[in-house]
Design a protein around this ligand. Structure first.
Ligand code: NAP
Ligand code: GLV
Length: 324
């Protein structure tokens, strides 16, 4: 009997591909940029499983082309690129890669916080451009992270992992989430705050909510105005959680002090983005989970979810299993 086909929209670490090869015929888009839609539309027709990336839109029109599709395993924890309800209607499992990238992403959030506060990229540009003439008392002076206040918006896996790190920096930690987490409040010594109060009290604000219809532009002009005028906004969640035009205005006009960004309204960022002109922004190209260990484990998790479904089981990381 022929093996079911699994389509993988980009080369992922080999550990995951090997696991899939035991149970499936694995087809991979090996291009250096995202799979073109027309290729995906062709390949999906015969696929029983799809490993997708955040750069792939998995919508109703794609799933309609896939009579045999049983599972879409996103190679990410966020799944705003997938129309989950449409998958559920068609009996298709959707899975993600929770936990294995939590620490890598929390590390990056802390890195952006320190880099923005202490102007590390600005200092490196200064040095590389040959501008360093002498040690100077006022050169590249920034803001303390140690002992400062941190507001965490979205207190799930990554938000909590950031709090654990911030505790080591003796930060005063506030969080806002849809639900209070009383055990964590006492374990980590963090304090729940309504959103507006958190914004007003925090020296640093770090975003860790998923992108959905409730969180799109959660941080807009009105929210930015509530922040301290030297506060730093860290976004490793999704670009769409922030109104980027309002953020650019706030950063340009001194409404807030700075930002550390891993995610953007449009990715890759257009070359004419005004963010590129601002010295008080530290930016990296969506690399939150980019540690070797996290990326390898994400491949294994995605493969484990696909193999479970092909074996007739409920996948361990199903987002929509409860609706089946
Ligand atoms: P998670 O464990 O599900 O945490 C998200 C938290 O946000 C949950 O506690 C959730 O509450 C809360 N939340 C949801 N909607 C909210 C709202 N409207 N207001 C306040 N809180 C809300 O997810 P995670 O693993 O920490 O990941 C968080 C997000 O980070 C992902 O969805 C993804 O977009 C992003 N991410 C980015 C990178 C990167 O490379 N930059 C890497 C990994 C993750 P409930 O559980 O009650 O809904
Ligand atoms: C990356 O952005 C993820 O959601 O895993």
């Amino acid at each position: 009997m022929s093996k079911p086909i699994v389509y993988v929209t980009r080369l992922i670490p080999k550990e995951g591909l090997r696991m899939l090869a035991d149970v499936a015929e694995v087809r991979v888009w090996e291009g250096s940029s995202p799979v073109p839609r027309e290729v995906l539309e062709k390949e999906i027709r015969s696929a029983a499983g799809l490993i997708s990336l955040i750069t792939d839109t998995v919508d109703a029109s794609l799933m309609d082309l896939a009579p045999d599709l049983k599972v879409v395993a996103n190679y990410a924890v966020g799944f705003d690129n997938i129309q989950v309800e449409e998958a559920t209607k068609r009996g298709i499992f959707v899975t993600n890669t929770p936990d294995v990238l939590t620490h890598a992403t929390a590390d990056l959030a802390m890195g952006l916080m320190i880099a923005a506060a202490r102007r590390i990229p600005e200092g490196e540009r200064f040095l590389r451009n040959g501008m360093w003439k002498s040690w100077t008392p006022t050169l590249l002076v920034g803001k303390d992270v140690y002992g400062a206040s941190l507001g965490i918006i979205g207190f799930g896996r990554i938000g909590q992992a950031v709090a654990q790190r911030a505790k080591g920096f003796q930060m005063k930690i506030y969080y806002y989430d849809e639900q209070r987490n009383y055990p964590m409040e006492s374990d980590l010594g963090v304090k729940y705050m309504p959103l507006n109060e958190l914004l007003a009290l925090s020296d640093f604000v770090s975003l860790h909510v998923p992108l959905n219809e409730n969180t799109r532009h959660l941080i807009d002009k009105e929210k930015l105005v509530r922040m301290k005028n030297d506060a730093v906004l860290i976004n490793t969640a999704r670009g769409g959680v922030v109104d980027e035009e309002a953020l650019i205005e706030a950063l340009s006009q001194g409404i807030i002090g700075g930002a550390g960004l891993d995610v953007f309204a449009e990715e890759p960022m257009p070359r004419n983005s005004k963010l590129l002109q601002l010295a008080n922004v530290v930016m990296v190209p969506h690399i939150g989970s980019a540690s070797w260990s996290a990326r390898r484990q994400m491949a294994e998790v995605a493969a484990r979810n696909v193999t479970a479904v092909l074996d007739g089981k409920t996948p361990p990381d199903a987002i929509n299993a409860v609706w089946f």
